[in-house]
Design a protein around this ligand. Structure first.
Ligand SMILES: C[S@@+](CC[C@H](N)C(=O)[O-])C[C@H]1O[C@@H](n2cnc3c(N)ncnc32)[C@H](O)[C@@H]1O
Length: 269
């Protein structure tokens, strides 16, 4: 059974919504969607990004979001109300709830920030491949948590970051799945594959910088119980590191560099 480390509390849903605001335009531009396209978004979460995709493909296209959590689906329903070409469905990414006519049907299948939370990412990518039409595109976007740099360096936070990565591993999940996206697409049978990054960083001179720091604190807080129960870091060091991060963000040169991995494969005709 996979364990989803971020949970579904109201605070977490607020964090995901803010994350969407900062990231969605960059991701949508990279997706190069066209009017009339049919898109499947797996692990659609709050559905904000699926809604943007639906706007991009227009009423002649369609977007279907698949999500396992009822809490997320309840939030997502606000985006689809009154929009016929956007639909959310409850289902498991390991075995997508597709009707027979949807097999090999979608122009674009997409998943973002899901593969890092599942034990068997290959099975999820196989399911995306199954849903994609011949010649269609499979888009994977996910984290490689080592593509993360704080400057000026903050050693007190480095040990927290290592413990955070350890929390993925003890749950059987993969904090480095981003670097493996091309391999996953190759293993399911994609022909041409392209890889790239989406930038997700900021610095103390940008107005949204505080959100990036808050986001960091929030994901660490969510992992706190796992970090402590598996003795990945002592609580006092965790608290000290978080406090150091709060002080660090006041530094006039404070900068976060982070890159999200992107890979795009074509299903052979
Ligand atoms: C970090 S959120 C990302 C949401 C959205 N893709 C985004 O980028 O904003 C991951 C989502 O995947 C969902 N999820 C986790 N395991 C799943 C599975 N096996 N099948 C379907 N959804 C799953 C979680 O419930 C959560 O909503």
């Amino acid at each position: 059974m996979d364990q989803y480390i971020h949970g579904y509390e109201a605070e977490e849903q607020k964090r995901l919504a803010q994350l969407n605001d900062l990231l969605n335009h960059r991701c949508l531009t990279k997706m190069r969607l066209e009017k009339g396209q049919k898109v499947l978004d797996v692990g659609s979460g709050l559905g904000m990004f699926s809604r943007m995709m639906a706007d991009a493909v227009g009423p002649s296209g369609m977007v279907v979001g698949i999500e396992k959590s009822e809490e997320q689906l309840t939030q997502a329903s606000q985006w689809s109300s009154g929009i016929d070409h956007l639909q959310f469905r409850q289902g498991d990414a390991y075995s997508l709830p597709l009707e027979r006519k949807e097999v090999g049907f979608y122009d674009v299948t997409h998943t973002r920030f899901l593969l890092e939370h599942v034990r068997t990412p290959l099975q999820v990518v196989r399911e995306l491949f199954r849903a994609t039409k011949p010649g269609g595109r499979i888009l994977l976007l996910d984290d490689d948590h080592l593509r993360f740099t704080l400057y000026p360096e903050l050693p007190a936070f480095d040990s927290i970051w290592s413990a955070y990565l350890g929390s993925y591993e003890v749950l059987g999940n993969d904090p480095y799945v981003g670097r493996k996206l091309v391999g996953l697409l190759a293993d399911v049978g994609c022909g041409r594959i392209h890889n790239d990054f989406v930038f997700f960083g900021s610095n103390a001179r940008e107005p949204e910088f505080h959100f990036y720091v808050q986001n960091l604190c929030a994901i660490i807080e969510q992992a706190r119980p796992v970090i402590l129960s598996h003795e990945l870091l002592e609580e006092a060091l965790l608290d000290q590191g978080l406090k150091a991060l709060q002080n660090w963000q006041m530094h006039p040169h404070a900068t976060i560099w982070y890159q999200i991995c992107w890979a795009e494969g074509i299903k052979p005709e």
